[in-house]
Design a protein around this ligand. Sequence first.
Ligand code: NAG
Ligand code: NAG
Ligand code: NAG
Ligand code: NAG
Length: 174
Amino acid sequence: MAFTLVTLFYLLLSLLSLQVAAESVDIVDGLAARQAPGGGGGGAPAGGQAGSSVPTVVSCAEYSRIANLTIIGKNSTYRAAFLRSGPFGTDQMSGMVDQAATLLPPLTLDKTLNEQCGNSTAIALAGAETNFTQGIVADFTIAEAPGIGVDGFSTLIIVSVLTLFMGTIWMTME
Ligand SMILES: *[C@@H]1O[C@H](CO)[C@@H](O)[C@H](O)[C@H]1NC(C)=O
Ligand SMILES: *[C@@H]1O[C@H](CO)[C@@H](O)[C@H](O)[C@H]1NC(C)=O
Ligand SMILES: *[C@@H]1O[C@H](CO)[C@@H](O)[C@H](O)[C@H]1NC(C)=O
Ligand SMILES: *[C@@H]1O[C@H](CO)[C@@H](O)[C@H](O)[C@H]1NC(C)=O
């Protein structure tokens, strides 16, 4: 009977740690959001024209690209999808959207540019949402989130094996 109690205890403990692991996925998402441009974090923009914003001339395509990346970078859902779906590592991927975010604000307000190109910021907002509903972020098909959707059956097997293995060691120690 003592055996069953110990086993049960381990089973509960294992389930608890799995639960904690599952929840940490959300915590990572939240962190990404806080580390986004608004959060005032990290890397200095590479271009380095500090202070006064002398608006460099950008093409409509460039404005559009910057707007698209910024919108993705600012929404934590899009951002997470973008980081895991692109061909590069997450550092490089977040570097792309963060750099774009530092460039966009003056462009959004530039009247001439918005008249010439259409308001790419507004277009990007709508476009990102449409794309997301179709499983697309930027130019990428959204990849499955790793660690989510472990099916219950394999979890049960793994936990049982671990419980038996660890439990046996403890029981034979008594
Ligand atoms: C991000 O986009 C999704 C889908 O369009 C939307 O539901 C959500 O409110 C957005 N989040 C933020 C922080 O804007
Ligand atoms: C372009 O659209 C954005 C978002 O809708 C808005 O904040 C901005 O004021 C617009 N820019 C111009 C010049 O109309
Ligand atoms: C930005 O997104 C819009 C809307 O999805 C799209 O029409 C446009 O081609 C994109 N711009 C670039 C440079 O990819
Ligand atoms: C929407 O998807 C198209 C096609 O994949 C892409 O070219 C465009 O940049 C995307 N728009 C945004 C705002 O991400």
